[in-house]
Design a protein around this ligand. Structure first.
Ligand code: 9MR
Length: 409
């Protein structure tokens, strides 16, 4: 353990940082969370981070509550995989966002290739919703009842439900879900509704029309699959969130990730990614009735991006090797935490610390510094409320990232 009882030891502990969920809650959110999937839960490093409630207070099932997993054969239900994740979250004391009940994707072939009438598909959909909501009753904070029902131009997405039942499948889904759980929040969830436009307007019209008919809808999930440098500004995100909350629903960012459209990222790109994450997280913090932010997995190791968008990625807050993106530090700082790379020191009882070599275990996000040299590369050097050092080690410059964060780059 210690090399000597007489010598001071500088322990190479991970950097001391604020933690996302604890900080988000202190700012008034209900949670900062992450999606996960069953196969990832055999990765012990991954699990140790995900289980830490200071870091993540909420879990979303990335896949295994979808229709193809839960009702692979008509009226034969399979909860085994979903239950693994709901038990995991429950064991950690984490909230659950349950995802999803009706979506065009990940449907079993008996639905997509079936021969349906309006009446038979409504019956099948109602049966699915009834069974799934009942099974998970009392476990979920929120349910994504209908997912991604609109095209980007605000028209309805054409899928088996729309083609067979028409747009009425959406009110029927919400109305049915409400019969089976009084307490869970029922959400509509979609992407490209994080800024004003035809699709956001369509989602808002849906909320208004459901409410006008007395059908319960409690929330709208804005997925937040963004691209570095193309993420909407803080002000436009707040104003967009408010256009939803004005309708009497809560909102949440439900699937946040901010990808690079080409790799590897540049230093400037990593700084921009931090700004983009901060603008999104802080938009939620600054909007009354925005309840939380969920990242669509926290590490690039398990991100869906590279397999869907070839050549793109590094969209998460942790790299594939579990070191931290600079954006992590930006978010922590914006949430009022301490984002300076510091190391803990351990000294023997009889000695005092004589050296100041500080080494981080996080290769990408922090670096080695020596005594008297200023803030280390990647460290924070400015921003609202910052009281630490403002000059950087030789070879790096204190670079403005956003109002909350400047960084030695
Ligand atoms: O991350 C999910 C990926 O593992 C699945 O292959 C994919 C298809 O089921 O779904 C991904 O999650 C999606 C989410 O359910 C809805 N919004 C878009 C997400 C990314 O595609």
């Amino acid at each position: 353990m210690y090399a000597s009882a007489l010598l001071p030891i500088v322990a190479l502990f991970p950097v001391a940082l604020g933690q996302l969920n604890a900080l988000a809650k202190a700012k008034g959110l209900k949670y900062f969370g992450s999606a996960t999937d069953n196969s990832e839960l055999s990765d012990t490093t991954y699990v140790s981070i995900l289980s830490n409630i200071s870091q993540f207070g909420q879990i979303t099932l990335g896949n295994t509550q979808k229709w193809v997993y839960t009702e692979p054969t008509q009226n034969t239900f399979s909860w085994t995989q979903g239950d693994v994740i709901t038990s995991f979250a429950e064991g950690n004391g984490q909230l659950l966002r349950c995802h999803n009940l009706v979506w065009y994707n990940e449907l079993p072939s008996w639905i997509t290739s079936g021969t349906w009438t309006n009446a038979t598909l409504i019956a099948a959909m109602k049966n699915h919703i009834a069974n799934e909501v009942t099974h998970y009753k009392g476990q979920c904070y929120a349910w994504d009842v209908v997912n991604e029902a609109f095209n980007d131009d605000g028209t309805y997405r054409v899928d088996v439900f729309y083609t067979t039942i028409g747009p009425e499948y959406i009110p029927i889904a919400f109305e049915t879900a409400a019969l089976y759980d009084d307490t869970v929040k029922f959400y509509y969830n979609d992407y490209n509704i994080e800024y004003a436009g035809a699709k956001a307007t369509a989602a808002q019209n849906l909320v208004s029309s459901l409410k006008a008919r007395g059908i319960r809808i409690d929330g709208v999930g804005l997925q937040g699959h963004f691209i570095v440098g193309e993420t909407p500004s803080l002000a436009s995100q707040i104003s967009n969130l408010e256009s939803f909350t004005a309708l009497g629903v809560e909102v949440a960012y439900t699937e946040l990730d901010i990808r690079f459209s080409s790799l590897p990222p540049t230093t400037a790109g990593l700084t921009q990614q931090g700004t983009d994450y901060v603008n999104t997280v802080m938009a939620c913090v600054e909007t009354k009735n925005c309840v939380g932010v969920t990242v669509w997995d926290f590490t690039d190791k398990y991100s869906w991006i590279p397999s869907t968008f070839s050549g793109q990625g590094d969209a998460c807050l942790w790299y594939s090797d579990f070191t931290l993106h600079p954006a992590y530090y930006s978010v922590v700082t914006a949430l009022g935490g301490t984002a300076t790379a510091t190391a803990s020191t351990v000294t023997s009882s009889a000695t005092t610390l004589a050296t100041s070599t500080v080494t981080s275990t996080s290769a990408k996000a922090t670096t080695t510094s020596s005594s008297g040299g200023g803030v280390a590369k990647w460290g924070q050097c400015g921003g609202t409320g910052w009281t630490g050092g403002t000059s950087c080690v030789a070879g790096t410059t204190c670079t403005y990232s956003n109002a909350y964060y400047s960084q030695c780059l």
